[in-house]
Ligand binder design. Structure first.
Ligand SMILES: NC(=O)C1=CN([C@@H]2O[C@H](COP(=O)(O)OP(=O)(O)OC[C@H]3O[C@@H](n4cnc5c(N)ncnc54)[C@H](OP(=O)(O)O)[C@@H]3O)[C@@H](O)[C@H]2O)C=CC1
Ligand SMILES: CC(=O)N[C@@H](CCC(=O)OP(=O)(O)O)C(=O)O
Length: 347
């Protein structure tokens, strides 16, 4: 086994998924697992799926408990992860699944999160395509700090970025609507997540330009469009499934409708985890469950003059834990795909 990985926030959903994926990784081993209110409990009491870790106990989340590992992955609430990260040595690879280090614009952070900005780290979405043809993965080899993207952000970004980079869609009128599963909201008790509220209902939330993922999506799409300002309307809807995100993104066609599909095909031709589906086949969340895979499709709505791009991901896999491990592979100089599943578990 190559490197050892400590997981902070191991009792939560992202922590559990990180551990599931690490158990199948040939070069990364599971080190200390920490929690907060559940510290002292057996890990398996909160993650019965992790039978191979049945002997592990959750430790309190302290810098001391996280010391002595090659890699630390923080699956903690916003704010907490920045506090913990600040106590970790510079030579340890730290990946933050929370939002604290994703935004480069401190004013945008202040506006959407209302706290002091902790600063920005290299952003862990390797497939994010730039206008100049480069990709975000170029920033990751050798990095010691990586900000793992928000799950909704990954879905919307992967859906539309190729069109902006190729100039076949305009950046000034982007509309993204998204269906997402309940595990995206974390494991802590919240009244709107009670089974009786969720079952049989689709419930929009953070409507009207207030979702905190808006500046992060804009940051990514602006990179793809070569710096042009991005205008985005974003509306998520909670649907009764535990995992999965389906993002439908539309933008004005700018240029030749005939060159739209090629923009996506070129951007994702060599990507191991992002797949443009055969024409006429649409992404579904079931097809990517448990996999570090994004399925994407694109078409032109000629009558509306708009491009329609759809992406499906598993919020806990490609949306968080898989993304973290993919970026860790790159940072450590391992093959990018090592240990990561690409096949979903549908139906
Ligand atoms: N769920 C998802 O799909 C995604 C999550 N993320 C991000 O990943 C991070 C973890 O999310 P998720 O696993 O869903 O959340 P959960 O609520 O499921 O888990 C949160 C974890 O953080 C611990 N924790 C809570 N408060 C504190 C504290 N004050 N100090 C130390 N540890 C604390 C909890 O410990 P305990 O249980 O012991 O109290 C638990 O282990 C968040 O930043 C989230 O935004 C990012 C993308 C997608
Ligand atoms: C269903 C649900 O509530 N989903 C969450 C996704 C959280 C996420 O992606 O994580 P970060 O908070 O780390 O950005 C939301 O939309 O806020």
């Amino acid at each position: 086994m190559g490197a050892t990985v400590a997981i902070a926030g191991a009792s939560g959903y992202a922590g559990g998924e990180l551990l599931r994926l690490l158990l199948a990784h040939p070069e990364l081993g599971v080190g200390t697992v920490t929690a907060h209110s559940k510290a002292g409990d057996r890990l398996i009491a909160h993650h019965p799926q992790l039978i191979e870790l049945a002997d592990r106990t959750l430790e309190p989340t302290t810098a001391e408990a996280l010391a002595g590992h090659d890699v630390v992955i923080l699956a903690l609430p916003h704010g907490t992860s920045a506090q913990v990260a600040a106590q970790l040595p510079d030579d340890v690879l730290v990946l933050d699944c929370g939002a604290d280090h994703r935004l480069t614009d401190a004013a945008a952070w202040q506006r959407f999160y209302g706290t002091e900005h902790a600063g920005s780290w290299p952003y862990g979405l390797p497939e994010l395509v730039r206008k100049d043809g480069g990709k975000q993965r170029d920033a990751l080899p050798g990095a010691k700090r990586i900000a793992v993207p928000g799950c909704n952000v990954t879905a919307v970004t992967l859906a539309l970025a190729p069109g902006l980079a190729a100039g076949v869609v305009a950046p000034d009128d982007i509309v993204a609507v998204l269906a997402c599963g309940t595990s995206g909201a974390g494991k802590s008790l919240k009244p709107h997540l009670l089974a009786s509220e969720i079952m049989g209902a689709a419930s929009p939330y953070a409507v009207g330009g207030v979702h905190r993922h808006i500046p992060e999506i804009q940051q990514n799409l602006q990179l793809a469009s070569g710096g042009a300002p991005v205008t985005l309307s974003f509306t998520p809807t909670l649907v009764p499934m535990s995992r999965g995100i389906l993002a439908t993104v539309t933008a004005k066609l700018s240029g030749d409708a005939g060159s739209v599909r090629a923009a996506w095909a070129d951007a994702y031709a060599d990507e191991p985890f992002v797949h443009l589906l055969p024409e006429g086949q649409w992404p579904t969340t079931a097809a990517v469950l448990g996999a570090n895979t994004a399925h994407v499709q694109v078409t032109v709505d000629e009558a509306a003059g708009r491009v329609v791009a759809i992406a499906a991901i598993d919020n806990l896999a490609k949306g968080t834990a898989g993304a973290a491990i993919q970026s860790a592979n790159l940072a450590l100089g391992l093959p990018e795909t090592l240990g990561l599943p690409t096949t979903g578990v549908a139906p």
